[in-house]
Design a protein around this ligand. Sequence first.
Ligand code: ADP
Length: 360
Amino acid sequence: MKWKDRDAKWQSFLKSLRNFILFFSMVAFVVTCCMLLFVTNMSAEMGITLTEMDVQKAAKLTLGNTLLISVLFAHIDWVRRKLMVDRPVKRITDAAEKIMQGDFSTRIKPFKSAGGMDGFNAIIDCFNRMTEELSSTETLRTDFIANVSHELKTPLAVIQNYGTMLQKPGLSEEQRLEYAKSITDASRRLASLVTNILKLNKLENQQIFPSVAEYDLGEQLCECLLQFEHEWEKRNIDIETEIAENVTVNADTELLSLVWNNLLSNAFKFTGDGGKVALTLTADENYAIVKVSDTGCGIKPEVGAHIFEKFYQGDTSHSTRGNGLGLALVKRVVDIMRGEISVESVYGSGSTFTVKIRRA
Ligand code: ADP
């Protein structure tokens, strides 16, 4: 402890001692006066005459006793305060100081509930919940930085390597084209990563205000699906659609097309050549229900629990064609639209993503 702190503590101790003595002397004085009044009145009523000596003796005795009792009770109260107030306050302030120094793992042990510590235990409970929240936010932040750095490094390394190779003399036309294509692919991945991070950031910070309009969901789904025509033809993937007519929703077209594009792109990405992708739209009284199914690799239950987390990639064999942000974006958009999203999957057989959006 620093000298300055020690000095301040000593000063405050002296101050409280002075207040203490003043207060109890006053109490003792008042009690003594009352006692003397009472004794003189009583003796007058009983016809006893008190000498000055008697009165002085009684006054001294009463003052002494009152002071003694006061000091005794003050001491008991001091011990009680030390145990019941100072000790928990110190425990809480020590923990708060540790948090200020960046140690978010700090937790305070609650006091045994007997002995009137419920108030402090309530504060400790809030404090522990706050530190838990802080440490999870800190973990998310550090994880996010680590993930972004990792995702940025991979395409950057590809660009660097192929850039160096392109500078070598005597390259054939075929090699030149191949290296240039790799550079273009890697920079496209970088661009998509940055776009996704920015979009997610905007969605999470509520900087995107959905421009809601009523439109035909079936039409939008067909348009999105058609963007993958080249892919399903090239890879001989069977397409099955069942789109109910006149299902309109009140939603942001751009944000919802992000959802369908991501789900369809995953369905094609994780389905082998010759597989099947199905898109259905049905409606009940309140909701439009969209299902995107595939006969791809499926999702293991332990993977399924994390797929909506940022940067999570369950199947790393396809990692070159994604960055684990797609479903995090989808989930955020569905949440903003107050919809629901769920997934059913059988590992090795395929998956079905179901999205429910409120009808217009
Ligand atoms: P990315 O596709 O870039 O890896 P996503 O956030 O879109 O990131 O998906 C997260 C993970 O969810 C994927 O890595 C994959 O393991 C799993 N996943 C998503 N869609 C499917 C699907 N249709 N079939 C199998 N696995 C899927």
